[in-house]
Design a protein around this ligand. Structure first.
Ligand code: 13P
Ligand code: SF4
Length: 324
């Protein structure tokens, strides 16, 4: 019989509502090892809101949406940052911490939005729309950021677009985020054709069916969803904004039109709220596991590097965003 350490036992108390007891023994050994490795190596773990609860609630030091992770990455006081999230998030952490070692547990943790646009595409857009500023979603490679004027996240996109005081902006690469922002501003938005493979699958019909099956349910949607989905939701916002909404409004019953782990992670802190759980999995986020976080710390892998010529320009675009 496996004997659980007191730390693992108290962590299980926190997540018992979302992790079945039968699954916990598969996690507790890795959790103990990771907590010890973090101390030994002076490492911190940054985890995105889409990480599974045993990562998000049990080993992460800093959690949040893309904006919070970028902001908090700037203040990290450690030698090593392990990014439990996807590759563009690890690159952003590295841009803001050039002197630190940034590790990503699986190099294949990509993003359909980041894959939808290249640095050459941005250069061609500039030729087509001379003088129009380029706002790039953080869900892009450092090479794409380097060609941009400023970055944004779903949490600050409107403020970033309006901060430029320009009549027109190019917004890359998420077509739906761009259209959702265009609906809230007088600034003309020129969009790209990238989509998030997780959020593009939600439809207005899904929401109508949910409302019929669960009368009174509050529907929250991520702005990477198509505009017709956002139009029939009760609220749209970044992953952090959705989490804050649940905390502030405490709806009796809620559905989050986003990645599956979000509901689990928010439900841990809100036992009084009933979460309806249709969701779509992000296969890239799900590449990160306790086992490969442990291996990352044991074997110092996989080190995130960025070409210094690209990094200087990409950092400026991220720093301009953080200054808004
Ligand atoms: P947030 O910035 O809202 O956390 O979104 C990141 C992301 O990848 C959503 O799919
Ligand atoms: Fe990219 Fe969508 Fe996955 Fe977020 S959920 S990392 S936008 S593929």
């Amino acid at each position: 019989m496996t004997v659980m350490s007191p730390i693992a036992a108290s962590l299980y108390d926190r997540v018992r509502r979302v992790i079945p007891a039968i699954e916990w023994p598969a996690f507790s050994d890795d959790i103990d090892a990771i907590l010890a490795l973090k101390r030994e190596r002076n490492a911190v773990i940054l985890a995105h809101n889409y990480q599974t609860p045993e990562i998000f609630h049990c080993v992460a030091d800093i959690v949040g949406d893309s904006l919070a992770l970028a902001r908090k990455a700037m203040a990290v006081d450690a030698d090593i940052i392990v990014l439990a999230g996807v590759h563009f998030m690890a690159e952003t952490a590295k841009l803001l911490n050039p002197g630190k070692t940034v590790l990503i547990p699986d190099m294949r943790a990509g993003c359909s939005l980041a894959d939808s646009v290249t640095a050459e595409d941005v250069r061609l857009m500039r030729l087509r729309y001379p003088g129009v500023p380029v706002v790039t979603y953080v869900n892009t490679s450092a090479a794409v950021k380097a060609e941009s004027d400023i970055c944004c996240t779903s949490g600050n996109a409107l403020a970033v677009v309006e901060s430029l005081c320009a009549p027109r902006v190019i917004m890359l690469p998420d077509e739906y985020l761009a259209k959702n922002i265009a609906a809230q501003t007088k600034v003309e938005i020129i969009a790209w054709k990238g989509h998030c493979e997780v959020h593009e699958r939600f439809t207005p019909a899904d929401i109508h069916e949910l409302r019929e099956a669960h009368p009174g349910v509050t529907v929250l949607a991520h702005p990477e969803c198509p505009p017709e989905v956002v139009a029939v939701a009760d609220f749209a916002g970044s992953t952090a904004a959705m989490s804050d909404y649940v905390g502030r409004h405490k709806p009796t019953r809620v559905v989050l039109m986003t990645e599956c782990s979000m509901s689990d992670n928010v439900a841990v802190d809100h036992p009084e709220v009933d979460f309806v759980r249709p969701c779509n999995l992000c296969p890239h986020m799900k590449r990160i596991t306790l086992a490969n976080i442990r291996a990352a710390l044991e074997e110092n892998r996989h080190v995130v590097t960025i070409d210094p010529h690209v990094a200087d320009r990409a950092r400026q675009a991220v720093e301009r965003m953080l200054a808004v």
